[in-house]
Design a protein around this ligand. Structure first.
Ligand code: GRF
Length: 189
């Protein structure tokens, strides 16, 4: 069975949705969760779900030696970034070429690039007056938000939307599409 490592820095709702999905389909297994935030919601979720969760500093994560050793030990096939706010350095891409997937909470390429994460993304969409936003699930390469797109899905932006209402709508898309998109990609690995 293919082994997945999830890297997350936040609440971890996507990580949890992915764990549940693969526990039910048995096509793959989330073997490991890595985080750069000790207090992140994902840590508590991992504990509740019984998934080994390891904290590393940003420096350790950027440098890569210890996290990659752990992934090797667990025979990880695919890395999934689910709200991970630390740079993926070239060492990861060398070891996992075309095997790192990220989710971006907007339609790329327009609302991406350095500094475009979390609420910044939704604010930019609202300020641009767009009628739609959405999600982009893509492979990770050396440039921010640049790799090959695996899936985009859209949702409307409503009059009077706030950062929160838009973020919630985008989150629903993430929970619906992230795990099945990972599963489909894994079938080709
Ligand atoms: C998601 O919106 C994801 O697209 C973004 O960070 C958020 C993570 O949410 N990169 P959660 O931690 O999975 O709840």
């Amino acid at each position: 069975m293919k082994q997945i490592a999830i890297l997350a820095s936040g609440n971890g709702s996507n990580a949890e949705a992915i764990v549940h999905y693969f526990r039910s389909t048995r096509e793959a297994e989330v073997a490991l969760i890595l985080t750069n935030k000790r207090e992140a919601g994902v840590v508590e979720r991992a504990e509740r779900l019984g998934i080994p969760c390891h904290y590393f500093t940003n420096k350790e994560l950027r440098e890569g030696t210890a996290p990659l050793a752990l992934m090797r030990e667990k025979a990880i096939d695919l890395i999934v970034l689910a709200g991970y706010l630390c740079l993926i350095t070239p060492i990861y891409i060398e070891e996992y070429p075309q095997r790192i997937i990220n989710i971006h909470p907007a339609l790329l390429p327009e609302f991406g690039g350095k500094g475009m994460y979390g609420a910044h993304v939704h604010r930019a969409v609202l300020e641009a007056g767009r009628s739609h936003s959405g999600i982009t699930i893509h492979l990770v390469d050396e440039d921010y938000d640049h790799g090959h797109h695996l899936l985009q899905a859209t949702c409307p932006v409503h009059e009077g939307d706030t950062l929160e209402t838009l973020a919630n709508r985008v989150h629903e898309l993430e929970h619906r599409f992230f795990a099945p998109t990972i599963a489909q990609y894994l079938r080709f690995l």
